[in-house]
Design a binder for this molecule. Structure first.
Ligand SMILES: NC(=O)c1ccc[n+]([C@@H]2O[C@H](COP(=O)([O-])OP(=O)(O)OC[C@H]3O[C@@H](n4cnc5c(N)ncnc54)[C@H](O)[C@@H]3O)[C@@H](O)[C@H]2O)c1
Length: 343
């Protein structure tokens, strides 16, 4: 297999490349990443010099770059992780989300079709389903995204669907739950909170922290994507989720315990969304379990505590990011009004 992995200088993509190198050592991997604020060469330093990995800087929505790599590297498969991926950033500016999450997916689909590739896996999210009070979404639930981010991901998903129906492009979709684990950009909830708690800073919780999210360890997500790459059927959608539903405040309590901090470091802040905040995400992964012969193996609480320890042990990596002006600028802009002196 010769795989183009896009967005692999980010959180999940870098974990996926590491998994491929360990579990499928014959695979040749080309990485295409635009190195946005979320993509960092330091995240892929550990395997960049592997003879099986080649790195190409560039955007997935650039057809010349994508086609050049497919030809030069004789690519047979694509796994697309590249995305603007932060919901909170999409509240401030959403144009780039459309460019990458919709137009970029379209470019990859056209290239997959024109170059006769064997398969393209498009990595999507449970957030495209919207919010659900009771029960669980399945792959046939309607798509009802509620934020600019989830709407842009849904736009990419619909491009995949239409391309497969119209042209029989061999593409499929995986939809993951909220991921946690090593190498996550430190503005996302878990690393943001852990890194602030390590420094004894307050963490901002929206309202009572009652929003329910379903968590999956990044390596379980990656084994699900690999199963879809190897055994998934083009045109299908596979939910890759674990059944770890937790209220945000329950997660925060574990982070406080593991960092040895108290509830005095929790600051309740008003939600910046003027409309509704998605209350609960929940989806069934029965189809992936039965049709892809996949199952998650990381118990939530134990693995979350191990994740906290990873951030504690790898401070050089995240401190180089949190010291940057672009990181601090976002935090000031987004949390400044509510955190005030506690910023
Ligand atoms: N993080 C989660 O909890 C989660 C859950 C489900 C699905 N997903 C999806 O998984 C994928 C990866 O998420 P992540 O958390 O690793 O994101 P991330 O923000 O950590 O990484 C995204 C990567 O894509 C790159 N990128 C951005 N725009 C690009 C472009 N136009 N061309 C090429 N590269 C570009 C960035 O430089 C970065 O390296 C995304 O598609 C996201 O929607 C994430």
């Amino acid at each position: 297999m010769r795989v183009l992995v896009t967005g692999a200088a980010g959180f999940i993509g870098s974990n996926f490349v590491q998994l491929l190198l360990e579990e499928r050592p014959d695979t040749k991997i080309a990485i295409l990443d635009a190195l946005t604020y979320a993509g960092n060469l330091s995240t892929i330093e550990r395997f960049r010099s592997s003879p099986n990995v080649r790195f190409f800087p560039g955007k997935i929505q650039d057809p010349t770059v994508v086609r050049g790599i497919l030809e030069a590297e004789q690519i047979t498969h694509i796994v697309n992780f590249a995305a603007e991926s932060h919901n909170d950033r999409s509240l401030l500016e959403s144009g780039s989300f459309i460019q990458t999450d919709v137009a970029g997916v379209h470019t990859l689909l056209e290239a997959t079709r024109d170059h006769g590739l064997e398969k393209m896996v498009h990595v999507s999210t449970d957030e495209v389903y919207g919010t659900i009070d009771v029960g669980m979404f399945t792959e046939s639930s309607p798509i009802e995204p509620n934020t600019p981010y989830s709407a842009s991901k849904a736009g990419g998903d619909l491009q995949v669907r239409a391309h497969h129906i119209t042209f029989r492009t061999p593409a499929l979709i995986t939809r993951g739950g909220n991921n946690y684990g090593p190498w996550q950009y430190p503005e996302k909830l878990i690393p943001f909170f852990v890194t602030r708690l390590i420094d004894g800073k307050k963490v901002p919780v929206y309202g009572e922290g009652n929003q329910v999210r379903e968590w999956i360890h990044v390596l379980d997500h990656c084994t699900g994507i690999l199963a879809a790459l190897e055994r998934g059927k083009p045109g299908e959608v596979y939910n890759i989720g674990d059944v770890n539903e937790r209220r945000n405040m329950e997660v925060v309590k574990i982070l406080l315990e593991e960092t040895g901090r108290g509830e005095d470091l929790v600051k309740r802040i008003p939600d910046p969304r003027k409309g509704a905040h998605d209350k609960r995400y929940s989806m069934s992964a029965d189809k992936a379990r039965s049709e892809l012969d996949w199952a998650p193996t990381h118990p939530f609480e134990e693995s979350l505590r191990a994740t906290v320890r990873w951030y504690s042990d790898n401070q050089d990596w995240w401190r180089a990011i949190t010291a940057r002006e672009d990181f601090q600028g976002f935090i000031r802009r987004f949390y400044g009004p509510s955190l005030g002196d506690d910023l």
